[in-house]
Design a binder for this molecule. Structure first.
Ligand code: HEC
Ligand code: HEC
Ligand code: HEC
Ligand code: HEC
Ligand code: HEC
Ligand code: HEC
Length: 462
C-alpha cells in the first residue's frame, strides 16, 4: 500500500502533464486552422501546376468574419465554411461545400446565423453550432431552416416556403389571438408569442405541442385543435419566424416578396376576373390575359397597371393604387396564369352580398380575427375543457338566443364574464370570458352579435 501511493501520484502527474500539453497544443492549433489547411489542400488540387498549388497552400490562416451591425451580430462561420460562394465546391464535403440558392443574401451582408441560428462569434464547431448549455439558439435542424425566411419577409408569400403562409393563415383563422398576444394585440391567458421563435422551444417541442398541448404541457388549458401533422408543422414554421429582432431598414425593406403567389392573391382580391378572362375562362369586358406577358414587356405592363388611361385613352380599367412590389407580383402571376387559375379564382368568389350580409360577414371575420374561435370553436360549437367551470367546458354559442337577449350578449362581450364555479372549494377555471370593450369598438361588438344571431336556429311560432 505504502509503495503504491507514490506510483499513483506519479501516474497522476503524468496525466496532468499530458492534459497541459494537449491544452497548449490545442490553443496553438485551434480546430479552425486544421479546417482551413484542409480546405486549401482541397482547393490546390484543382490547380494545374506546382507554383499555383504552392501559392494556395501559402495562404495565411486567419479568422474570417462578417461584421453585421444592421443585424446586430458578427458571424465567423466562414472561418470553416470556406466554400459557400465557390461553385466549384459544389461536391466538396462539409464544411467546405458551395451554398446553393444563397443569392441575393450574400454572406457579406447577411452572414449565416440570421437564417441558421448558432453562435456567430465562436470558432470551434461545438460552440459555433450552439450545441452547448448556455447558448440559447442552437442551429435550426435542416428541415426548419426555411422558417427563418419569415424573420424578414413578413407579408405575402415566400417562394419555396408555403409553410409560412399556411401557418400565418391558421394563426389568423383558428382563434389563437383569443388567448395569445402577438405584437401587442390579443388575450393574455397564454404566453405572449411575439418572440416565440427566439425562446428555447425546439421545433420538435412546438410541433408536439400543436398536435396535443397536453402531451408536453400537462393540464394545459390550450385546446387540442386536432391539427394534421402538416398544419402543426406550418404553425411551427410560423412560430420559429417570430423573433421580434430589431433590424436595420435595408433588411426590413424586403418584407414583401413580389412572388406570383402574392400576385394571385391580389388578382383575386382586386377582382380583375370581373372584366378579364384567362385562357377563355372569366369575363369578356377586357382582353384575355393568357400569355399577356409574352406580348408586352414588364415595363409596359407596369405602366399599364399604374395608369390604364395613359396606355389606352378612355379605358374603363380602374387605375389601382398598387405599390411597385404589388405590381411586380401581379405581373409575375400573369406571366404563368392559366385557365385553371381563372377557374379556381371564380370558384373562390362568392356571389355579391347584400349590405346586411356584408355586415354579418364582417362580424364573422371579427369573430375569427379577434380569437373568439380559439375558445368557442371555429364552428362556435364550444367544448374546450374548462375544469371546475359549471358544465366543465367553454359554452357553445349556437343557441345563445335561448338564454340571452342581444343586448345581454353585447354586455357579456363588452365586459367579460367569470364562469361560476362547479365546486367552490377547487381552484377557479383557467378560462374565462375576457373583457372586449378595450380591444373592440362598439360597432365591432354589434357586428359580432349580429353574426351570432344570424346563425341562431329560427324559433318555431307556437
Ligand atoms: C470550427 C469550424 C466550424 C465553424 C466555425 C462552423 N462550422 Fe458549421 N460545420 C463544421 C463542420 C466540420 C461541419 C460538418 C458536419 C459535422 O462535422 O458536424 C459543419 C456543418 C454545418 C452544417 C450542416 C450540418 C448540421 O450540423 O446541421 C450547418 C448548417 C452549419 N455547419 C452551419 C454553421 C454556422 C451557421 C456556423 C456559424 C455560426 C458554423 N457552421 C460554424 C465546422 C464549422
Ligand atoms: C437566407 C438564409 C440563409 C443564409 C443567409 C445562409 N443559409 Fe445556409 N441554408 C439555408 C437553407 C434554406 C438551406 C437548405 C436547408 C434545406 O435543405 O432545406 C441551407 C443549407 C445549408 C447547409 C447544408 C445543411 C445540410 O444539413 O445539408 C449548410 C452547411 C449551410 N447552409 C451553411 C451556411 C453558412 C456557413 C452560411 C453563411 C455563409 C449560410 N448557410 C447562410 C439558408 C441560409
Ligand atoms: C435578414 C433578413 C432576410 C432573411 C432572413 C431572408 N431574406 Fe430574402 N431578402 C432580404 C432582403 C433585404 C432582400 C433584398 C435583397 C436585395 O435586393 O438587396 C431579399 C430578397 C429575397 C428574394 C428576392 C426578391 C425579389 O425582389 O426578387 C427572395 C426570393 C428571397 N429574399 C427569399 C428568401 C428566402 C427563401 C429566405 C429564407 C431561406 C430569405 N429570403 C431570408 C432579407 C432577408
Ligand atoms: C383557450 C386559450 C388558448 C388558445 C385558443 C390557444 N392557446 Fe396556445 N397556449 C395557451 C396556454 C394557457 C398556454 C401555456 C400552457 C401550455 O404550454 O400549453 C399556451 C401555450 C402555447 C405555446 C407555447 C408557448 C411557450 O413557449 O411556452 C404556443 C407556441 C401556443 N400556445 C400557440 C398557440 C397557437 C398557434 C394557437 C392557435 C392555433 C393557440 N396557441 C391557441 C392557451 C391557448
Ligand atoms: C372594369 C373592368 C376592368 C377591370 C376590373 C380590370 N381591367 Fe384590365 N383591362 C380592362 C380593359 C377594358 C382593357 C383593355 C384596354 C382598355 O380599354 O383599357 C384592360 C387591359 C388590361 C391589360 C392589358 C392587356 C392587353 O393585352 O392590352 C392588362 C395587363 C390588364 N388589363 C390587367 C388587369 C389587372 C391585373 C386587373 C386587376 C388588378 C385588371 N386588369 C382589372 C378592363 C378591366
Ligand atoms: C379565453 C377564452 C375565451 C375567449 C377568447 C372568448 N370567450 Fe366567450 N366565453 C368564455 C367562457 C369561459 C365563457 C363562459 C362564461 C360563463 O360561464 O359565464 C364565455 C361566454 C361567452 C358568451 C356567453 C355565452 C353563454 O352561454 O354564457 C358569449 C356570447 C361569448 N362568450 C362570446 C365571445 C366572443 C364574441 C368572443 C370574441 C370577441 C369570445 N367570447 C371570446 C371564454 C372565452
Amino acid at each position: 500500500m505504502d509503495r503504491k501511493l507514490p506510483q499513483f501520484f506519479f501516474a497522476l502527474s503524468l496525466i496532468a502533464l499530458a492534459l497541459l500539453l494537449a491544452a497548449i497544443w490545442q490553443s496553438s492549433h485551434p480546430s479552425w486552422k486544421l479546417y482551413q489547411r484542409e480546405y486549401y489542400k482541397l482547393e490546390s488540387q484543382g490547380e494545374p501546376n506546382a507554383a499555383a498549388k504552392a501559392a494556395i497552400m501559402d495562404t495565411s490562416l486567419e479568422i474570417h468574419q462578417e461584421l453585421l451591425p444592421g443585424l446586430q451580430r458578427v458571424d465567423r462561420c466562414t472561418t470553416c465554411h470556406l466554400g459557400v460562394e465557390d461553385p466549384t465546391m459544389k461536391d466538396a464535403p462539409e464544411p467546405y461545400r458551395y451554398h446553393p440558392n444563397l443569392a441575393p443574401h450574400s454572406p457579406a451582408r447577411f452572414g449565416c446565423t440570421v437564417c441558421h441560428g448558432g453562435q456567430g462569434l465562436a470558432t470551434d464547431k461545438e460552440n459555433a453550432h450552439g450545441n452547448v448549455a448556455f447558448w440559447e439558439e442552437p442551429l435550426l435542424p435542416k428541415d426548419y431552416v426555411r422558417a427563418s425566411c419569415g424573420r424578414c419577409h413578413k407579408e405575402g408569400d415566400i417562394p419555396g416556403v408555403p409553410e409560412l403562409t399556411e401557418g400565418r393563415r391558421l394563426f389568423e383563422t383558428q382563434g389563437c389571438h383569443g388567448c395569445h398576444k402577438l405584437n401587442g394585440t390579443g388575450g393574455s391567458i397564454g404566453p405572449d408569442l411575439t418572440a416565440e421563435g427566439a425562446s428555447q422551444r425546439s421545433p420538435e417541442w412546438l410541433e408536439s405541442h400543436f398536435l396535443n398541448p397536453n402531451a408536453v404541457s400537462p393540464n394545459s388549458p390550450m385546446p387540442n385543435f386536432h391539427f394534421t401533422k402538416e398544419q402543426a408543422r406550418a404553425l411551427t414554421f410560423y412560430m420559429l419566424s417570430l423573433t421580434n429582432e430589431h433590424m436595420a431598414t435595408y433588411y426590413a425593406s424586403a418584407s414583401l416578396i413580389p412572388s406570383s403567389g402574392y400576385g394571385r392573391q391580389l388578382f383575386t382580391e382586386k377582382n380583375c376576373i370581373a372584366c378579364h378572362s384567362i385562357g377563355g375562362v372569366g369575363a369578356k369586358e377586357g382582353p384575355d390575359l393568357l400569355g399577356v406577358a409574352k406580348e408586352h414587356s414588364s415595363e409596359w405592363l407596369d405602366e399599364q397597371l399604374v395608369n390604364p388611361q395613359q396606355v389606352y385613352p378612355g379605358s374603363i380599367m380602374p387605375a389601382y393604387d398598387l405599390d411597385a412590389n404589388a405590381r411586380k407580383a401581379l405581373i409575375a402571376f400573369m406571366s404563368n396564369a392559366t385557365a385553371e387559375d381563372a377557374q379556381a379564382i371564380l370558384a373562390q368568389r362568392g356571389k355579391p352580398l347584400t349590405p346586411e350580409e356584408a355586415a354579418i360577414e364582417a362580424g364573422k371575420q371579427d369573430f375569427h380575427r379577434f380569437g373568439c374561435a380559439g375558445c368557442h370553436g371555429v364552428n362556435l360549437q364550444g367544448g374546450v375543457p374548462n375544469p371546475n367551470a359549471q358544465g366543465g367546458e367553454v359554452p357553445s354559442l349556437l343557441h345563445v338566443s335561448d338564454d340571452y337577449t342581444k343586448d345581454e350578449v353585447i354586455g357579456i362581450i363588452s365586459d367579460g364574464k367569470q364562469p361560476p364555479l362547479a365546486d367552490p372549494h377547487k381552484p377557479p377555471p383557467p378560462l374565462y370570458m375576457p373583457t372586449w370593450k378595450t380591444v373592440l369598438s362598439q360597432e365591432d361588438i354589434q357586428r359580432i352579435a349580429d353574426y351570432l344571431w344570424s346563425i341562431q336556429p329560427k324559433k318555431e311560432a307556437w
